[in-house]
Design a protein around this ligand. Structure first.
Ligand code: FE
Length: 255
């Protein structure tokens, strides 16, 4: 299994604080059947700056350590970039790292409770650069929960999305779990990843999420998500079903 979103690199964001914790995360990942992790440290989120060249070097160092420890896990380079106005210029200037450095897919994170006004334009500009933006954990954005048509519009215009495994398993509460499942139903997400930060409160839960997906939606959807994860690290095209709008339930008064 491939995990596309993980804060496993030590000491550079709110993920693993030390390489010892990175090793523990690696062991946990392997125990869940994960063989490849894309390391995606936060970038430009107001607290952390992690530019391409630095991430590439740190990924190499962690891979060397994993070989020494005989852990059968490969780390690939990536970045979780908070949406900001100069993102395209910074990509051109070599500061933004695409997933596995293929110059095909780039993670885009929204602030947790809003979708900036310039989002549609920026996602367009990113695509004009030849990149596919992947919106990370849309299910945890309160603006999108309130108005899912915003996400429908962005997906309809070519953006992809990644839902977090532990959102599906209920780690963030019932509302986020329900919205995650609605996103799968409406073809508004294309891949599942862990966004693991540690092995305690923010662990992988990939196996548990996969069990839930195969039970609720069937193996076809599970395979689709796994094939998309492989396509993304290889820089190939993903399979996408046409997005649909999420029907908001109308509450009829029973008071
Ligand atoms: Fe993350």
């Amino acid at each position: 299994m491939i995990d596309l979103h993980c804060h496993i690199l030590p000491g550079i964001d709110d993920g693993a604080p030390t390489v010892e914790v990175s090793i523990k995360m690696a062991q946990k990942a392997v125990s869940e059947g994960i063989h490849t992790i894309v390391a995606t440290p936060h970038h430009q989120n107001g607290t952390y700056i992690n530019e391409k060249s630095d991430i590439l070097q740190r990924v190499e160092e962690l891979n060397e350590r994993l070989i020494q420890e005989h852990i059968p896990l490969t780390i690939l380079p990536g970045q979780e970039t908070r949406i900001y106005g100069e993102m395209v210029q910074d990509y051109q200037n070599g500061k933004i790292l695409t997933l596995n450095a293929t110059n095909k897919y780039v993670f885009v994170e929204f602030p947790s409770s809003q979708v900036p006004r310039f989002t549609e334009r920026l996602l367009y500009d990113i695509q004009a650069e030849g990149l596919t933006p992947i919106i990370v954990h849309p299910e945890r954005n309160s603006r999108l929960i309130e108005d899912p048509d915003i996400l429908y519009n962005l997906v309809n215009k070519g953006a992809m999305t990644q839902v977090t495994a532990s959102s599906l398993t209920g780690r963030f509460g019932k509302k986020i779990k329900k919205f995650s499942m609605d996103l799968i139903h409406a073809n508004l997400t294309h891949v599942i990843a862990s966004d693991a930060h540690n092995i305690l409160r923010r662990s992988f839960h990939m196996q548990e999420a996969n069990d839930l997906i195969s039970t609720e939606y069937g193996m076809d959807i599970l395979y689709l998500f796994q094939e998309n994860a492989a396509a993304i690290v290889n820089g190939h095209a993903c399979l996408k079903d046409s997005p649909e709008k999420i029907q908001k339930k109308k509450f009829l008064g029973i008071f």
